[in-house]
Design a binder for this molecule. Structure first.
Ligand code: SAM
Length: 258
């Protein structure tokens, strides 16, 4: 189809490695040639594909993704798998902090039919997007800083708090791929001087919210994982490191002792 060839050529010229696959997705998302043109324009200008088509596949779920909201990464499927494997409660309270689209919390909650899911993010665009994904599944989404917007009655009840917070060290943000640097908000990327500024605060507050034997699960880089484990231990959690070489993913799990 000549139109497809043109789309593929335009995507290739813009440096899209999977131009054929992307062309197929863009064509599916457009209902007219004009709309297709507009979508291709957005993509070649550097917008992440998921923000252009409006969705991402994550843990076999179709997740709505809006412009200006962090695109859930494949690597974070390991955080989801670890949370599902380690959660023993039949009707767990699950909290997704720094939830972005809410993909991670939704994926964990989907594995527990009786789960109660609460998600929160500081950014209004993320909260709007997470509500589209999470409210239809019966979960709740709040706006605010880390645990602060959660209802007080959740204290000491959380079976699994998952958190993929910003963890890129400030000095490395300029070296991120342009798709992230230019189209995902700074608040979703910048984790402070060593990348762990937000996650240290999460660890410090977690014991007030976790049930006895409840878990805090966070994603870090491989280099940051031992530092994060120290931060968890200082907060009174028992830390364990988990990693997946195929996905290049590191997850630090802290268990609440009391
Ligand atoms: C790396 S993105 C991850 C989003 C989502 N967890 C995911 O993996 O797709 C980090 C998210 O943390 C949010 N965030 C940053 N600082 C926060 C804070 N202090 N309180 C709550 N959310 C915060 C950002 O708005 C962003 O949505």
């Amino acid at each position: 189809m000549p139109e497809t060839v043109t789309v593929i050529e335009r995507l290739r010229a813009a440096g899209c490695v999977f131009a054929e696959d992307e062309a197929r997705l863009l064509e599916k998302a457009a209902s007219t040639p004009e709309e297709l043109d507009a979508l291709v324009d957005k993509r070649v200008s550097g917008l992440p594909l998921e923000q252009v088509v409006g969705w991402a596949e994550f843990c076999d779920l179709r997740i709505a993704v809006e412009p200006g909201v962090f695109v859930p990464r494949r690597r974070s499927e390991f955080l989801v798998r670890t949370a599902i494997a380690l959660t023993t409660a039949a009707a767990p309270v699950i909290v997704d902090l720094c939830c972005g689209t809410g993909a991670l919390g939704l994926a964990v909650a989907t594995a527990f039919p009786a789960a109660r899911l609460h998600a929160a993010d500081v950014d209004a665009a993320a909260v709007r997007c997470a509500r589209r994904n999470i409210l239809p599944a019966g979960g709740r989404v709040y706006q605010g800083d880390l645990f602060a917007p959660l209802p007080a009655e959740l204290r000491k009840t959380v079976a699994a708090a998952i958190c993929n917070a910003p963890y890129v060290p400030t000095g490395e943000v300029p070296f991120l791929p342009p798709e992230a640097r230019d189209h995902e908000p700074r608040v979703a990327l910048d984790g402070g001087p060593d990348g762990l500024a937000v996650l240290r605060r999460v660890a410090a507050e977690a014991p007030r919210w976790l049930a006895p034997r409840g878990l805090l699960l966070v994603e870090t880089s491989e280099r940051q994982a031992p530092l994060m484990a120290d931060a968890m231990a200082r907060a009174g959690l028992s830390p364990h490191l988990h990693s997946d070489d195929d996905l290049g993913a590191s997850v630090v799990v802290g268990t609440c002792r009391s």
